[in-house]
Design a protein around this ligand. Structure first.
Ligand SMILES: [Zn+2]
Length: 181
């Protein structure tokens, strides 16, 4: 009952792509191709072609507790707890485990769910997998480079893709394009 009214409330929240400016709609292809323009000046980032493989103990040492729980044990952070929900600056969202760029600020939208949400990704950032934790199958996605769990993909996102990448904030690291902004 509680869950149903929550879902109803969420359905009533309009989806707004805050990065889109009227009359200047970019195609998904453009958003995906121009991701490097969102990197901070002089930043060097890894590529999915250089895999990062560590043991569970090494990950435990490397990641803060909440990130370890989400990324290596498939946990979910509490809704509304991530400071990245309100992040509106231009920049890159990178994997908190390995630094691989996964989204740009132009791909983010306000979903009203309490988790950072994106309607597309930087090409090749994630691998997809079906999980069955909640009776019905969900598409879970993992960082292509380090295998870290990030979140789930839903098909109730805004145009132009209709996709919603519901990402745990603790699995992301934000790199502002202008470090002084
Ligand atoms: Zn990673």
């Amino acid at each position: 009952m509680k869950r149903r009214s929550l879902l109803k409330a969420l359905a009533a929240v309009p989806f707004v792509a805050h990065a889109a400016s009227p009359g200047k709609e970019k195609s998904v292809k453009e958003l995906q191709e121009n991701w490097k323009t969102f990197l901070p000046a002089g930043a060097t980032v890894p590529s999915p072609a250089e895999p990062l493989k560590l043991s569970k103990d090494e990950w435990r040492k490397r990641l803060p507790g909440p990130s370890f729980n989400v990324m290596r044990e498939e946990g979910t952070e509490r809704a509304g707890t991530s400071p990245l929900n309100d992040e509106k600056r231009a920049g890159i969202y990178a994997c908190a485990g390995c630094g691989l760029p996964v989204f740009t600020s132009e791909m983010k939208f306000e979903s009203g769910t309490g988790w950072p949400s994106f309607f597309t990704t930087i090409p090749g950032a994630f691998d997809m997998k079906k999980d069955f934790y909640l009776i019905y199958p969900r598409t879970e996605y993992h960082c292509k480079r380090c295998g870290g769990h990030h979140g789930h993909l839903f098909d109730d996102g805004p145009p132009p893709t209709g996709q919603r990448y519901c990402n745990n904030g603790v699995a992301l690291k934000f790199l502002p394009k202008d470090a002084k902004a």
